[in-house]
Design a protein around this ligand. Sequence first.
Ligand SMILES: NC(=O)C1=CN([C@@H]2O[C@H](COP(=O)(O)OP(=O)(O)OC[C@H]3O[C@@H](n4cnc5c(N)ncnc54)[C@H](O)[C@@H]3O)[C@@H](O)[C@H]2O)[C@@H](O)CC1
Ligand SMILES: Nc1ncnc2c1ncn2[C@@H]1O[C@H](COP(=O)(O)OP(=O)(O)OP(=O)(O)O)[C@@H](O)[C@H]1O
Ligand SMILES: [Mg+2]
Length: 372
Amino acid sequence: MNFIDSSICLENCMLASSSVYRRQLFLIRSLGGYCCRVHMEGGGRAMSSSLSTLGADAEGVMQKITPKLDPSLYKGQAGKVAVIGGCREYTGAPYFAAISALKIGADLSHVFCTKDAAAVIKCYSPELIVHPILEESYSVRDDEKATVSAKVLGEVKKWMERFDCIVVGPGLGRDPFLLNCVGDIIRQARDAKIPTVIDGDGLFLVTNNLDLVKGNSLAILTPNVNEYKRLVEKVLQCQVNDEDAYEQLSSLARSIGGVTILRKGKTDLISDGFTVNEVSIFGSPRRCGGQGDILSGSVAVFSSWARHHLSTKTNESSMQSSLNPMVLGSIAGSALLRKAASLAFENKKRSTLTTDIIECLGKSLEDICPAF
Ligand SMILES: NC(=O)C1=CN([C@@H]2O[C@H](COP(=O)(O)OP(=O)(O)OC[C@H]3O[C@@H](n4cnc5c(N)ncnc54)[C@H](O)[C@@H]3O)[C@@H](O)[C@H]2O)[C@@H](O)CC1
Ligand SMILES: Nc1ncnc2c1ncn2[C@@H]1O[C@H](COP(=O)(O)OP(=O)(O)OP(=O)(O)O)[C@@H](O)[C@H]1O
Ligand SMILES: [Mg+2]
């Protein structure tokens, strides 16, 4: 029996009685191949009486979407991801996201950052492919801005179609010129239909320019408590309401046109506006900075794998096409990060750091999806 320590709760007040809703429940059960429990979360607290929740198996989702280690595969087929982030202030965040993607099993991981950050990130790891192409205002004269911006975009474009997913935002900073260029990169990814995880300062950019992601079902937003507050205030023009957390998240995702949102917190809530899924695996009581960066790199890899898994199951295509790979990738990424954080905490207790959690990603995934 696969059900161990996670719960994924599905709700949709409006759709709870519809055939579409029942179909989603059935499909996620089928995908996870798990033991399911249907129950009322918290005795119905904070949810309308029409809400049912489903105890499910994030581990089953991981087992289905994680590719086998097949000797016939060549480099790149297990995933190529890129992180757009890293500036003078922040070099840790893009490193954490990019190295986590490799530790989980992606074949190649790139970082597109500013020149100041590039040498530092390269020194953290020889495994990462680092492109020192982003520019901040201080290094560009006003009359050069249009040319520099076009050059940055051209550099990224050469690579874009090779990526299975990009992560925009960890350690990006908030320089207006740089963010403007990154907005163009997000548009480019969207045109090329490349799944895009938006985190950290990428969320600051997107919250102020919602058109960048509106209606893009391949976009995943991963807000922390502050980032979520800003999004809710901007989009729904109200305050965060934890009494109605599921409905509010679902409504937010719908208002942004069906993007997937992974709201990070004590439990992680994931919604594409259609279902709300909750991952509540016990993580770690340590709140050291950088865990969200691990999460964004993990979600990028699992979403690519989920997308590939669903696209190759041709005999089940009509069923599979009803599942959202961005949601499955978010569930898997959240569950793995929390498992790794728990394992790291077991060993390191109060001194647990983000690098300790990264070292536990491999074992945590191995326990669920053994290599052989
Ligand atoms: N080692 C690094 O290079 C790291 C860089 N990071 C980057 O730092 C930039 C800013 O990210 P932040 O997460 O700080 O942005 P936030 O907007 O979440 O935080 C802004 C401020 O709010 C505070 N804050 C954070 N969580 C809070 C909470 N639960 N309640 C009340 N206040 C809270 C923070 O201490 C910070 O001063 C991003 O680019 C991010 O990727 C972070 O990812 C952490 C690690
Ligand atoms: N109170 C909590 N209890 C348990 N886990 C938590 C708690 N808060 C956050 N987490 C988990 O930690 C992970 C990172 O969330 P967090 O809110 O720290 O992101 P963040 O602020 O973006 O991190 P970063 O420092 O990388 O920017 C998420 O998977 C989340 O589930
Ligand atoms: Mg963050």
